[in-house]
Design a protein around this ligand. Structure first.
Ligand SMILES: [Zn+2]
Length: 363
């Protein structure tokens, strides 16, 4: 099984997509592809692919979601392919109550082009805000935008000293909030939330409208990488922290962290994807988590992200420089190591089974 599990992981978006589609075909499941009219890095088709595994009319739906943050998609894609391949959802079939909806590569452009952001340079997990209201203000980001993305790369030591100074004044959490809670003032900046709903946002809502409307209960596992200890999958509650929701989610998944209470490696965000669940399927009971896998030390992840973003603003350096920066980003969010992949698969499987069991046993 170990080798089989490792084989679920891919080296490119097109390979990941092919494995996912093949796993669906092997099970005889239909694929609904939402094609993005842009090309992938090797000219391939880009799409968010959706596969329903289980009865159409199941009252409960588990959504497994990959690639909200493009390059992070390898991890979730492998779990989805494995879940289809080894037929985990068949456990649900006997009772007909639960179906699983795999949403593969919500941000296919970023997945293929080794970016965390979408083709609009938007952090999709900051894009689900109410655009008819005034945009959220992140004054902290404005203070450090030029330091995070200096004119030259690698950054000058003076630049890094100023950033270290900011960290000393506001602490690690203060720096993390300013950098990554989402900002709406710098279109070419980091963690930009956008000025309108992106293609991926609209597509995700269409998927919810199409598959979520009639359900009494919707749960989801939204798979990410880049925060926390290497190979550890942190389960972060991703819905409003009402006591009844928290109690239910703890019963299913046991160890849960929270951005509200500060027990998570993550922080409260502007406009996360999960906002769409309540907006598009207001009648359904909601139980959502992010499964966030640690990869590399946080300093390395952040440097890789800044460098790739610098490259994005620059357009290009030279072929060798471009490739090195892209590879460093990929490695920061997707360690090419068997122990990491195995740990990802085992914990992904566990969270998945717990969710199905939870949905089955919740009235
Ligand atoms: Zn992420």
């Amino acid at each position: 099984m170990n080798n089989q599990a490792i084989e679920l992981f891919s080296a490119t978006y097109v390979e990941a997509r092919t494995k996912f589609l093949q796993a669906a075909a092997k099970r005889g499941l239909a694929v609904n592809s939402f094609v993005l009219p842009l090309q992938g890095v090797d000219g391939e088709t880009l799409a968010t692919d959706v596969v329903l595994d289980g009865p159409d009319d199941a009252e409960s739906l588990l959504m497994v979601i990959s690639g909200v943050h493009g390059v992070e998609g390898y991890c979730g894609s492998a779990i989805q392919t494995g879940a289809l391949d080894v037929g985990l959802p068949q456990q649900t079939r006997s009772e007909g109550k639960v179906a699983v909806l795999h949403v593969h590569a919500v941000n296919p452009y970023g997945f293929s082009h080794s970016r965390r952001a979408t083709q609009e340079n938007v952090d999709l997990n900051r894009n689900f805000i109410d655009f008819s209201a005034p945009l959220p203000v992140n004054a902290g980001y404005a203070d450090i935008h030029d330091l995070l993305l200096p004119q030259t790369w690698p950054p000058h030591p003076d630049n890094e000293a100023k950033l270290a100074n900011y960290r000393e004044r506001f602490g690690d959490r203060g720096l993390q909030r300013a950098t990554s809670m989402g900002q709406y003032a710098f279109k070419d900046g980091l963690f930009f939330g956008g000025h309108e709903p992106t293609w991926s946002n609209k597509t995700f809502r269409r998927i919810l409208q199409q598959y979520g409307g009639q359900r009494t209960h919707i749960a989801s596992i939204d798979i990410h990488t880049g925060l926390g200890p290497y190979g550890f999958g942190e389960r972060i509650l991703a819905c409003p922290e009402e006591p009844v929701v928290l109690e239910r989610a703890r019963r299913w998944w046991v160890n849960l962290t929270s951005v509200e209470t500060g027990t998570s490696t993550s922080i409260p965000l502007n406009g996360p994807v999960q906002t769409a669940f309540a907006e598009e399927c207001p009648e359904a009971l909601q139980t959502h988590i992010c499964l966030e896998y640690g990869t590399r030390p946080s300093g390395q992840v952040k440097t890789a992200l800044r460098a790739e973003h610098w490259l994005y603003r620059q357009g290009s350096v030279d072929q060798t420089g471009n490739a090195a920066i892209k590879q460093a980003l990929k490695d920061a969010f997707y360690p090419d190591a068997d122990d990491w992949k195995l740990a990802v698969w085992q914990q992904g499987c566990e969270a998945y089974k717990q969710a199905i069991e939870g949905l089955r046993s919740t009235r």
